[in-house]
Design a protein around this ligand. Structure first.
Ligand code: NIG
Ligand code: FE
Length: 424
């Protein structure tokens, strides 16, 4: 494959610099104006001001991709999704709008368990096709890597079905997928009366199997009212850790459980949601290496007022990331740019902070910061180009997709008409 010279970048947000980013450093986008990138194979061979890069001998011989003055940034890293599910829950969405609570929806057979029954009935082919369509949409919005959780199987057949589909999708399509085992999503109906028996099964059988067979890299638990207690969550994450699965945790979304402290105690890669944390939790998280992954799509979709204290977290020096939480119950979106808009307007993050929280910090939480999350020599040529006059316009325009080109490992995987490109 010949080298590729990408020019016509009015701004390149390189995100070079310290990893992970905390505090004031979240604002540091490492911008190059009128920049160019030389791609060799799947990696960045050179990056800098156009005039310098164009003069390189290899650049003169390279194929050319002119982005026509667009704003270029690292492809988004979406570090929290529930990619594989069988169907939407739009019926429940309407019930909630009309006043039904989460508990009432669950009593009527809705909620996570509704997605579990649907998944158990669905064929692997239908599940995979739906996930594939979603992945194309993620890519069309600028995402080049995502994390995906199991958790709608909740029997071994179902959980294995999801992890197998994720493995195949990772091999067969361009968006990279990091896998997380979320057998501890909720207590299945059959175990309602004896939840600890379910935890025993996870800890003694499934987690060791997943860890030993390398079916996932991470182990997650939904630690909240109506799901798993703190003590159960601790057992699950410790069992995962013992089997080589790095903890992630759904923490303090609907109620304050102590899950944020558990994330620190278990050296989790990430604590996600965090709407209900208090001042002391903010300080403890900020003093740790746990990434605080905020998911503002949930509050928008559910019409909730609770907000994660993003400003306090950034002020105290926490590692803040943003993700879609793509799932059929609480955040059905594939759009990281929509999440950036929400982070700015609802969590009062600045556009620069939000972009850092959607690229290099989530790359760190997925333990992939040496390869992705910033545009630097030696890293993958994973990038997104936006049809905007400056990077602030990316969150500023909301509910529209201005992503013109997405590139994964040097290959264009999404392009809107009007973008001139030579074959690569
Ligand atoms: O991240 N909190 C648990 N899991 C999802 C909700 C899943 C569902 O409702 O289907 C979440 O919000
Ligand atoms: Fe989630």
């Amino acid at each position: 494959m010949p080298d590729l010279l990408i020019s016509g970048c009015s701004e390149i947000l390189t995100l070079r610099g310290s990893v992970p980013r905390r505090g004031k450093d979240l604002k540091d986008l490492g911008i190059i104006r009128d920049g160019a990138i030389l791609v060799r194979g799947d990696r960045i061979a050179a990056i800098g001001p156009r005039r310098r890069i164009e003069r390189l001998r290899d650049a003169r011989r390279a194929e050319k991709l002119d982005l026509g003055g667009r704003v270029v940034l690292p492809g988004f890293v979406d570090s929290h999704t529930h990619l594989v599910f069988a169907a939407s829950r739009a019926d429940e969405y309407e019930q909630c709008i009309c006043g039904a609570t989460r508990e009432r929806v669950a009593r009527r057979g809705g909620g996570i368990l509704a997605s579990v029954s649907a998944l158990q009935k669905a064929s692997p082919k239908d599940l995979k096709d739906r996930a594939l369509r979603a992945l194309r949409e993620f890519a069309a919005h600028g995402t080049t890597t995502l994390e995906a959780k199991s958790g709608y199987g909740l029997d071994w057949k179902g959980e294995f079905k999801i992890l197998k589909i994720l493995h195949e999708l990772h091999q067969e399509q361009p968006v990279d997928i990091s896998k997380t085992f979320l057998g501890a999503h909720i207590i299945p109906r059959e175990f309602r009366k004896r939840p600890d028996a379910w935890v025993d099964l996870l800890v003694e059988r499934w987690i060791p199997t997943v860890g030993m067979a390398g079916l996932a890299e991470f182990c997650d638990v939904f630690c909240d009212r109506g799901a798993f207690t703190l003590a159960q969550s601790r057992r699950i994450l410790m069992a995962g850790r013992a089997c080589g699965l790095v903890p992630r945790i759904h923490a303090e979304q609907h109620s304050r459980t102590g899950a944020a402290r558990l994330a620190i105690e278990t050296q989790a890669a990430s604590a996600d949601h965090l709407e209900k944390i208090g001042r002391a939790d903010v300080r403890a998280l900020s003093a740790s290496n746990v990434v605080c992954t905020l998911l503002p799509g949930c509050a928008l979709h559910l019409g909730l007022r609770a907000r994660a204290p993003a400003r306090e977290l950034i002020g105290e020096g926490a590692i803040v990331a943003l993700a879609t939480d793509y799932n059929p119950g609480t955040s059905p979106t594939m759009s990281m740019t929509m999440i950036l808009s929400l982070a700015c307007s609802q969590l009062r993050m600045t556009p620069a902070e939000a972009i850092t929280a959607a690229t290099i910090n989530p790359a760190y939480s997925l333990r992939q910061h040496d390869r992705i999350g910033s545009l630097e020599i030696g890293k993958y040529a994973d990038l997104a180009a936006f049809d905007v006059a400056g990077y602030r316009e990316i969150p500023y325009y909301f509910g529209v997709n201005l992503c013109a080109v997405t590139m994964k490992r040097g290959v264009v995987i999404h392009s809107r008409s009007g973008v001139h490109e030579t074959a690569h």
